[in-house]
Design a protein around this ligand. Sequence first.
Ligand code: TRP
Length: 338
Amino acid sequence: MSHPAGSRRQTSLTGIKPTGELISPEDGGTVHLGNYLGAIRPALELAQNYDSLYFIADYHALTTQRDPEALRQNTRDVAAAWLACGLDPERTLIFRQSHVSEVFELMWVFACVVATGQLERGHAYKDAQQRDGSPNAGIFNYPVLMAADIVLYDADVVPVGADQIQHLELARDIATRVNHLFGDGTVVVPRAVAANAPTVPGTDGRKMSKNYGNAIPLFCPAKQLRKAIMKIQADSTPLEAPKEPEGALVYDLFKLVASEAEQRSMAERLRAGGFGWGHAKQELYETLEHQIAPMRERYLELRRDDTEIDRILEAGAERARAIARRTITRVRTAVGID
Ligand code: TRP
């Protein structure tokens, strides 16, 4: 599929849903270590090779979020976290989905070409239907809005985890169909790339998630961070006994944050005996704290006053809107609404 604008650098895009209850910035905010190691850090690495757009999918969050203040604050919280983790807003666009209303025009065009049967087969929709019989129409249309999110910005690649593959396939189907109906080159057909993202275990060994109560907050005060790390499950092998690092939760987490030399050193000491899980946790804590401390400082600075974050998000939206308008003009002309 050739690109309407000719050859250019590839564009990658992702949406981040600002869900969950409100947690104050002083208590670490809504982002946890699993979000950082499993999503933010890999996405920032990917951003090096692409023109990247990252947006906060606030309208997607509205399918389940009923607390306006939580939505408002979580949106800023997520943006602040990405910036604090190293996103450079000059190079990578960061904005709120809701700030580019063109997405709803495109969504409507897409709604007019997608079959309801295809939406009825959506995993997320079917799950919601099982849970509450008649889920809201936002949940039904969720993948259509997501397809519009992607296509609006001419995205070539979307890094996805397993849970989003079906959504991406639908976006591809819709874009292909639009080109078939209204002319080749009307829109860019996106493709999924496997998000090179580790699954980060929580303190109980299951995937780290706020829903499981096993999450380690990313930006909580150092003391709280240490406490959360000390809760990581470990077996009761006595201090003196040799221990196998591979497969142990503390070591699994350590591997995600430590250098290879640090990993080797810890593994050797565990295997030698005389080095307990408590020591390993302390070292995990120190390594993490060393990395997080400067990010936490930046995060708290951004969260103290909304002016800067709002300015960055608006500047990003302005640049995103310029891309969106070009796409919408192309699509309107192609369908006969111009
Ligand atoms: N559905 C995604 C999630 O739940 C969020 C999202 C919304 C998204 N729009 C997107 C992801 C566009 C990638 C591309 O995580």
